[in-house]
Design a protein around this ligand. Structure first.
Ligand code: 9MR
Length: 387
């Protein structure tokens, strides 16, 4: 049976009127309207050194934010999560739409909302082959490496500098390795990524400098590599492990490795995620689950998943969270948005869906309940988290 979140939400709205709005440093400080005894909020049950996040599209969901009259979505977002990742607002096409033109409006709205709700922000992302504006994809085709470096350096220094002190983790480089099935197999995306392409003679040197520019612009942000199909020990994460070693040897301020966690019930679950996290942690890096969702192939003629599918989905979300709880270097666990109505999945994978942890009326799915239980069972306070 579903549990209603309505009473929880009413309390938030009322308290938001009277509490001062201020940023806090602790990931799981109690947000307006919540007591630390609240047992229904993921953020309140998490160990204090583990941020529990969600992606949110600020342009669609937060630009109208009024602390005195939050939408139901905004209330749930504030109630449940201690960290936000801009689903699209800090990507190149949104924030740097033309040469020399930066548009921070929706990203600023997101950060302001986060601070008002005592949440941290994960920046996403500075170097990617996708969602680049036309001027990058067009001009980029003819860039020399020096030209590409100049454009990237300006972008990183400007964007990271704009949010200096307000972002705790940055996905500096996103999806920079191809998949096993791509032409040429697992190797750096020196074709699809315009910056890596221009500097294909020494792409690692570009990556080292990208991290250095970001670090100089905000020395307090922990700087991540981030990718999908990067949960378990596999060919792609072997390549990341080698890259991380090379970057660290070269003095890059690399601070973290993020496994996105986009899973599908069409495939098995690789249980080596904890072992994978442990090897990156042994390099001195933080690790994180950065974009968790578990999509379900919906059967022909069915409006929703079967009870068995629902149970497996809950197990998978929970297994990713457990891996994070078991590795003290895991600093954040982020779900890739909610509810299903906001999910990217059906647009990209026709026939699959129901991928998030909350129903469209914001009531919890079994996956939410499983995560909440695991957080409640974890040792409160700092590491070690498991009793
Ligand atoms: O969820 C994002 C969706 O709204 C965008 O249309 C899409 C464009 O590529 O990007 C989605 O987010 C992606 C993230 O930035 C990187 N990892 C994969 C995510 C899902 O595609």
């Amino acid at each position: 049976m579903r549990r209603s979140m309505r009473s929880l939400l009413v309390a938030t709205a009322a308290a938001a009127l009277v509490l001062p709005l201020c940023a806090v440093s602790a990931a799981n400080a109690t947000p307006p309207g919540f007591s630390s005894a609240d047992k229904d909020a993921l953020r309140n049950q998490a160990p204090s050194d583990l941020a529990i996040g969600s992606a949110v599209w600020g342009k669609q969901q937060l630009t109208d934010y009024d602390p005195a009259a939050p939408t139901e979505y905004q209330q749930v977002l504030g109630a449940q999560f201690s960290s936000l990742t801009p689903e699209n607002d800090m990507k190149w096409d949104a924030i740097h739409p033309a040469p020399g033109v930066y548009d921070f409006a929706s990203a600023d709205a997101l950060v302001a909302y986060a601070e008002a709700n005592h949440q941290q922000v994960r920046g996403h992302t500075l170097l990617w082959h996708s969602q680049n504006p036309a001027w990058v994809t067009e001009a980029g085709a003819a860039w020399t490496c020096d030209q590409a470096r100049d454009v990237l350096e300006d972008h990183i220094r400007t964007v990271v500098g704009h949010f200096k002190g307000r972002i705790y983790e940055w996905d500096v480089a996103n999806e920079i390795f191809q998949d096993t099935w791509d032409n040429g197999g697992v190797r750096l995306r020196t074709e699809a990524n315009p910056f890596l392409r221009a500097c294909a003679d020494d792409p690692v040197a570009l990556l080292v400098d990208a991290f250095r520019w970001a670090h100089e612009a905000d020395p307090d942000a922990v700087l991540f590599l981030n990718d999908y199909n990067a949960e378990g020990v596999n060919e792609k994460t072997d390549a990341y492990y080698e890259l991380a070693e090379r970057m660290l040897d070269a003095g890059a301020p690399l601070g973290g490795f993020g496994a996105q966690g986009h899973l599908s019930l069409l495939y098995g679950f690789d249980t080596s995620i904890q072992a994978n996290f442990e090897r990156f942690a042994a390099l001195g890096l933080q690790v994180a689950v950065t974009e968790a969702d578990v999509r379900i192939p919906l059967l022909e003629g069915e409006t929703g998943p079967t009870p068995e599918q629902v149970a497996v989905q809950a197990e998978r979300y929970d297994a990713m969270l457990e891996a994070c709880l078991n590795v003290t270097a895991c600093s954040s666990f982020t779900v890739w948005g909610f509810p299903d109505a906001n999910s990217w999945v059906p647009d990209v994978f026709p026939g699959e869906g129901w991928a998030t942890i909350l129903e469209d009326d914001y009531s919890p799915k079994p996956a939410f309940d499983a995560m909440l239980r695991s957080l409640q069972d974890a040792t409160p306070g700092v590491s070690p988290r498991r009793g």
